[in-house]
Design a binder for this molecule. Structure first.
Ligand SMILES: [Zn+2]
Length: 205
């Protein structure tokens, strides 16, 4: 079963060792990434590949629609480990245009459990309904909502006690909001980076 994937894996491991004989030995000894990526589960948004980072260089958390819900134990565990143990210097919340999760949040169709998961995006839409509905193209409106969602998640991460405590003890840590474009492979920085409690207060959403 899945023999092609196992063959791919063997070829990949061989290539890595051919290029750098100590590659896996070094990784086995230590994990010291400087970055935490909070992104969408979408298969078209491969975190490491997009930013050209090797194994060991990027700590990754992905879920549907790149959410950072303050009561989600999975996300919080990743965040605390990244901030308190790995001491990452940067956290990137990375949304993407054409996000199926963001679209599903507001299309009015019932899907089951995921409707609960996407609830924060529905709330965000309602909060900014007037502004969003001024955008005539439905696609552009959803893309704007993808950006709003990223900014809101930057606020969630920046408001978290683990992050606030890190700042209180002068640990260097910034949270950034990016959106990735499936159509050209480029990341756009939404320029909502926060590096302290005051920055979080000043976020537009
Ligand atoms: Zn997505």
């Amino acid at each position: 079963m899945l023999d092609h994937l196992k063959a791919n894996n063997r070829a990949w491991a061989t290539r890595k060792v051919a290029a750098d004989a100590d590659f896996f030995k070094r990784l086995e000894r230590q994990q010291a990434p400087e970055y935490l990526w909070i992104g969408c589960s979408d298969s078209r948004v491969p975190a490491n590949e997009i930013v050209g980072l090797d194994p060991g260089e990027l700590f990754v958390h992905r879920n549907v629609a790149n959410l950072a819900p303050p009561q989600d134990a999975n996300y919080l565990s990743v965040l605390q480990f990244a901030v308190d143990v790995l001491k990452v210097k940067h956290i990137m919340v990375v949304g993407h245009y054409g996000c199926g999760g963001v679209a599903a949040a507001v299309d009015g169709r019932r899907r089951g459990l995921v409707d609960h998961w996407l609830h924060p995006i529905r709330d965000l839409y309602r909060e900014h309904q007037a502004a969003l509905e001024k955008i005539p193209s439905p696609q552009a409106r959803l893309d704007r909502l993808c950006e709003f969602n990223v900014i809101r998640q930057v606020r969630n991460v920046g408001s978290d006690v683990f992050v606030q405590d890190a700042w209180a003890r002068s640990q260097g840590l910034s949270v950034h909001g990016w959106v990735y474009s499936l159509s050209n492979g480029l990341v756009q920085d939404l320029e909502v980076s926060v590096s302290g409690p005051q920055d979080v207060e000043e976020l537009p959403l």
